[in-house]
Each structure stands twice: as structure tokens, then as C-alpha cells.
Design a protein around this ligand. Structure first.
Ligand code: PLZ
Length: 444
């Protein structure tokens, strides 16, 4: 079995004996605090397929959590990474710089929403990017408060844990958390009062901010344009533009956390593009470099340049190999028009999920944009979350060699994040497996 395999193929049960042996070794070497959705140990990957230590080949509908948007091991990335690794692996941009870093920042200025003057700073992870966006907003505004939303996920560092909503497993026991973080309700059409518009939800949020925090103390509003870990929650139309307008009117920095939604995932370069929202700062990671650790804050020049020289950085931040990968990934997204590919995936998946919702009665809401898609499982006829069913559906997919992920504050959402380059036949096959899993588990 090699990386050129083009089909799902199960040679053993999932996980097979070789993976189980590794899982045993892992238990005595790797911290228990790290979990794996599906403990098959991967030996190679290409296109939308992962091959494991037992020679099983699985369809990847997760992209390593929205990272391999361009696919696994694509030539434009692999070639540039090889070349860069052969040239030099590290100098530290803060010691002696290199062109790749500058080129990534130039590309980010071009691709992120808005045609204003922009600057970028590079980091290693999504959490680090979000945390630095807050640092920048605080320095630039001279204010401290940060507003975040119910169901938000922004990372696992101390500040980003404070920004993240869900306690178990992200925060529980890890406090005390960073101060001056305030949480308000966002927009969750499936669970909000029926008929609540985006503008009304934004007005509610703004009202709470003004009454309970004070607009002139707020440095930043930090928001995922489509919430990821919290349940793939797409706010009602008008919510994000209204919030961004309020920020602009009140000197508050509007930070879009596009870590999961960015780089063609939702059918646009960035999810903010959908409603023409122009964030003051955009945090990116994941899809930016096809799996090499890279993240960025991009935004208004006057905000980023407000931080005194030396105020931003990190030993590995903007590592040259990660920058080379990013340039290869961005080139691939452009030449293969992966935003259009993401839209095609949505056009295929959404009707099939909707039909399954009607057929089975266990899916309360089907939602998402482009290749960021989800089904929220409920007890039939109610909005009561059915997390156990979502977990059983995911497990049945895994056993059949299809990698899907779950998410949601209530753990009841099955989400699909296929590589945008996933061949149509593999997507179809993955969806057929998912449909069977839902039918089988819904009647259990
Ligand atoms: N912001 C919107 O989705 C990462 C987390 C998985 P890092 N999401 C996957 C887990 O359980 O740790 C994420 C995100 C959004 C920030 C982050 C954080 O990005 O690169 O994981 O730090």
C-alpha cells in the first residue's frame, strides 16, 4: 500500500493490530491528556486518503481539523519544503531574516478582506495568533477589555482559554484565567428565539457590551465568522456586519478568528468575505501552510505598527520551512481555484444531509458553507441535543474507514471538513458511508 492508493480499502478491523500495538506503547509514553479521534497510526497520505500502519486506507473528511485544505502532500508544498529544508531550516527572523517571511506577509495583505494598507506578523499556532491579535489591539487602543461569544473556541493558552467558552475539556481545572475577558451571546439561528434576525442578535450583544462593560473600555471584539469547535454555527445574516459597524463606530478593534474558516474553506478566501465584512485584524493558521506550523495576524497597518519594535515575535515564528509550505499552499489554492472547489463540495453535501434529516428525523439542523459542513443531532421532534447519537454515527464512520469529526458545545454535531481537492468519487463514497451510519444508528 503506497501513497498512490486511490480507494478506501480496509484490510483489518479499525484500528488494526499494528495501530493497537502503537496505541499500547503510546499509553506508557504519551501524556493521557492528549486524545485522538481515531487511533489509527498514519504512515502516508495523498489526495483525500490516509494510509495506516496496517495498510488500511481511509477517506479523510477532517483534513486534520481544517488544515490540509489543499490536500495531503501536494507537489507545490512538498517541493518548496524540500528545497527550503536543503537550503536552511532556521535562522530566527528576529536574528537574521529571509525572503519567505516577507512573501507570506505580502500574500496575506493581498488575500485578506479589504484593500487598506496592511501589515502581518507570523506565529506558530492559531492560539498564538489570536493571543497576539489581542496584544496588538490593547496596545493600539490603550484599552483592556476583550469581548467574546458563547460557543467560542480560540485556543488552549492561558489567554485563549479565557476567550474559549467550553469548560470541559478545554478549561476545567486549568485556571485562574486571564482577566478582562467578557462573554456575550452571539447568533445561533437553530437555538435562538425563532425569527431573531442577525441585526437583532447584534443589537442584543451590543446592548450588553454597552451596559455591562462600557464601549470605551473595549479593546477588541474577537469572533469566529463561523464558529468551529462550538458547533459550526453560522450567524444569522446581518449579524457580523452590524457588529463590525458598531466596532468601527466605537473605536473597538474587530478581530476575525479565521483560524478554522480561512483559506478557501468556506468557499471564499475568508469567511468574512461572504458578507463583505472587513475585519481590523484577521487571525489565521491551519490551512495557511498545509500542516506545517504557521499562523498570522494580518490587519490595519496603523494597528500592527502601533506595537513598538521588539514587542512581537518568537523563536520559531514564521519558520522558513513553514513559510515555504504556505507559499506552496497559497499557490495551489490560486491555481486550482480551491474556493470554487469548496463551494462544489457544499453543493454536493448540503442536499444529501438535508434529505437525511427529513428521512431520519434525528438531525435538527444542517448547516455550513463551502467545505465546512455539519449536521446537529437531536432527539426527534425536539431541539434536545443527542450527543450519544452523534458519537455513534462518527464511530460507525470510523469503523468503515471514513474520518469524520464531531464538535459542538453539546457534543452533538458531526462535522465535515474534507480537503478541498477531494475527488468527487471519494466525497460521494464518504457521504454514502455517513448516510448508512446515520440510518443504522438512528434506529438503534
Ligand atoms: N481558533 C477558530 O478552530 C483550533 C482545536 C483542536 P491552534 N481548533 C482546533 C483542539 O482540541 O485543540 C482553533 C480554532 C479557532 C483558534 C484555534 C487554535 O488553533 O493552532 O490549535 O492553537
Amino acid at each position: 500500500m503506497t501513497a498512490t492508493t486511490t480507494n478506501r480499502r480496509l484490510r483489518t478491523e479499525i484500528p488494526g493490530p499494528a495501530s493497537r500495538a502503537l496505541q499500547q506503547r503510546r499509553a506508557s509514553a504519551v501524556a493521557a491528556g492528549l486524545s485522538s479521534v481515531l487511533p489509527v497510526y498514519i504512515t502516508s497520505a495523498s489526495g483525500g486518503l490516509l494510509t495506516d500502519a496496517d495498510g488500511n486506507t481511509l477517506i479523510d473528511l477532517g483534513s486534520g481539523i481544517a488544515v490540509t485544505n489543499v490536500g495531503h502532500s501536494v507537489p507545490a508544498v512538498v517541493d518548496r519544503v524540500r528545497e527550503q529544508a536543503g537550503a536552511f531550516t532556521h535562522t530566527c527572523f528576529m536574528v537574521t531574516p529571509y525572503a519567505g517571511y516577507v512573501e507570506v506577509c505580502e500574500a496575506l495583505a493581498e488575500l485578506t478582506p479589504g484593500d487598506h494598507e496592511k501589515r502581518s506578523a507570523l506565529f506558530n499556532s492559531g492560539a498564538e495568533a489570536v493571543e497576539n491579535a489581542v496584544k496588538i489591539a490593547r496596545v493600539a487602543t490603550g484599552r483592556q477589555a476583550v469581548v467574546v461569544f458563547d460557543h467560542a473556541y480560540h485556543g488552549r493558552t492561558n489567554l485563549t482559554m479565557a476567550l474559549t467558552a467550553k469548560s470541559v475539556p478545554y478549561k476545567h481545572g486549568f485556571g485562574p484565567f486571564a482577566p478582562e475577558v467578557y462573554r456575550v451571546a452571539g447568533s445561533y439561528p437553530f437555538r435562538d428565539v425563532p425569527g431573531l434576525t442577525g441585526e437583532q442578535a447584534a443589537a442584543d450583544a451590543v446592548g450588553k457590551i454597552e451596559k455591562q462593560i462600557g464601549a470605551d473600555t473595549v479593546a477588541a471584539v474577537v469572533i469566529e465568522p463561523i464558529q468551529g469547535e462550538g458547533g459550526f454555527i453560522e450567524p444569522a445574516p446581518g449579524f457580523l456586519p452590524a457588529l463590525a459597524r458598531w466596532c468601527a463606530d466605537n473605536g473597538v478593534v474587530f478581530v476575525a478568528d479565521e483560524v478554522q474558516t480561512g483559506f478557501c474553506r468556506t468557499g471564499d478566501w475568508f469567511a468574512s468575505d461572504h458578507e463583505g465584512v472587513v475585519p481590523d485584524l484577521v487571525a489565521t493558521a491551519k490551512g495557511i501552510a498545509a500542516g506545517l506550523p504557521l499562523a498570522a495576524v494580518t490587519g490595519r497597518a496603523e494597528l500592527l505598527d502601533a506595537v513598538p519594535t521588539g514587542g512581537l515575535g518568537g523563536t520559531y515564528s514564521g519558520n522558513p520551512i513553514a513559510c515555504a509550505a504556505a507559499l506552496g499552499a497559497i499557490e495551489t489554492m490560486r491555481t486550482e481555484n480551491l474556493a470554487a472547489a469548496a463551494r462544489r463540495i457544499g453543493d454536493t453535501v448540503l442536499p444529501r444531509l438535508r434529505a437525511l434529516a427529513t428521512e431520519t428525523g434525528v438531525i435538527g439542523d444542517v448547516r455550513g458553507r463551502g467545505a465546512m459542513l455539519a449536521a446537529e443531532f437531536v432527539e426527534p421532534g425536539t431541539t434536545n441535543p443527542d450527543a450519544a447519537l452523534a458519537q455513534r454515527v462518527a464511530a460507525a464512520c470510523h469503523a468503515a474507514g471514513v474520518i469524520v469529526l464531531t464538535c459542538g458545545t453539546y457534543g452533538n454535531v458531526v462535522r465535515l471538513l474534507p480537503p478541498l481537492s477531494l475527488p468527487a468519487e471519494l466525497l460521494d463514497e464518504g457521504l454514502t458511508v455517513l448516510a448508512e451510519a446515520i440510518r443504522q444508528e438512528a434506529t438503534r
